[in-house]
Design a protein around this ligand. Structure first.
Ligand SMILES: [Zn+2]
Ligand SMILES: [Zn+2]
Length: 304
């Protein structure tokens, strides 16, 4: 069965392969993982949490307080998805098989040592442990854990996402779950900067000249970097807190059919490398760059 969501990500992987130089190589991985996630929730449907009371939620957002919705995950289900994704990755790239076997053992251990339900913090601790103790590289670890967490969060929070008054929200963090964003876009219809939560998928408009992480609004210390011939993706940076986010300029391509920014994020990881080389850290806390890769910077175009 193919529903609308299923078709959408296939379309966007193809679009990103055309738009982003170098993504063709990674696209089969991304496709395998999205397919795996899609099939997983067909087998293990998650009951969405009931939507929060819309009036209460609106009152809270008006005072600048995120709802901080942070559902605990079923440990066995979360680990099952991690396992399936690693299997899917090893099928696309057999060189990963050894690493994936070690990961599977660690996952088993995690289930044995954990309560029935775990928080996102518990999952990140497992991620860090694997990066420290196994051959798993940081970029792949971030991919594996961010897609697992976001897949569960989106299932849990979808009923609230639909009713949330994000027009009342002006802060930099996510109004629904409180997470800091990693990316956003300039909307094709009006050029507004719309941030999107990598974790729960909530979208909200944020001032163009404002740092989502420290609230800095001084134009002189805000700016963006991009790479020649790859100007679809901008690295918005702040000199005050030295953090960055990525903004996809959706005015630059035909966005019909909808844009799945998590795929555009994967297609533009070379920009994360550039940001790290320029000395900025991800305000989201998501580290997409392996520490060994951060060396001198090249081909930078600085604007504003
Ligand atoms: Zn969120
Ligand atoms: Zn800042």
């Amino acid at each position: 069965m193919h529903n609308r969501q299923d078709i959408k990500w296939r379309e966007d992987i193809e679009r990103c392969t055309r738009l982003y130089e170098g993504f063709a190589e990674a696209a089969p991985f991304v496709k395998a993982v999205y397919e795996c996630v899609y099939n997983f929730f067909e087998d293990y449907p998650v009951a969405p949490q009931p939507a929060v009371d819309p009036k209460e939620a609106a009152d809270r957002l008006r005072t600048g307080r995120s709802l901080e919705v942070n559902p605990a995950l079923d440990t066995k289900d979360a680990v099952e998805l991690l396992k399936r994704i690693t299997q899917a990755l090893a099928e696309v790239n057999p060189e990963l098989e050894g690493t994936m076997k070690v990961l599977a053992e660690n996952f088993e251990q995690f289930v044995l040592n954990s309560p029935d339900r775990v928080s996102k913090e518990d999952m990140w601790s497992l991620c860090q442990l694997l990066v420290n103790d196994t051959e798993l590289e940081q970029d792949l670890a971030t991919f594996l854990f961010s897609i697992t967490l976001s897949s569960f969060f989106r299932q849990h929070t979808q009923s609230t996402v639909e009713v949330l008054r994000t027009d009342l929200w002006q802060e930099g963090n996510c109004p629904l779950c409180g997470e800091m964003p990693h990316y956003g876009m300039l909307r094709p219809e009006d050029g507004a900067k719309e941030m999107e939560c990598w974790l729960c998928g909530t979208k909200w408009v944020h001032a163009r000249i404002k740092c989502p992480f420290c609230g800095n609004e001084e134009q002189e210390s805000l700016g963006y970097l991009t790479v020649e011939n790859r100007e679809i993706c901008r690295i918005n940076f702040c000199q005050q807190c030295r953090q960055y986010s990525k903004i996809i300029d959706a005015r630059k391509f035909n966005a019909s059919g909808g844009i799945i920014l998590s795929i555009h994020n994967l297609a533009s990881l070379s920009h994360d490398l550039l940001a790290r080389q320029e000395g900025f850290t991800p305000g989201s806390g998501l580290e997409w760059v392996n520490s060994g890769e951060i060396t001198d910077s090249r081909e930078v175009v600085e604007k504003w």
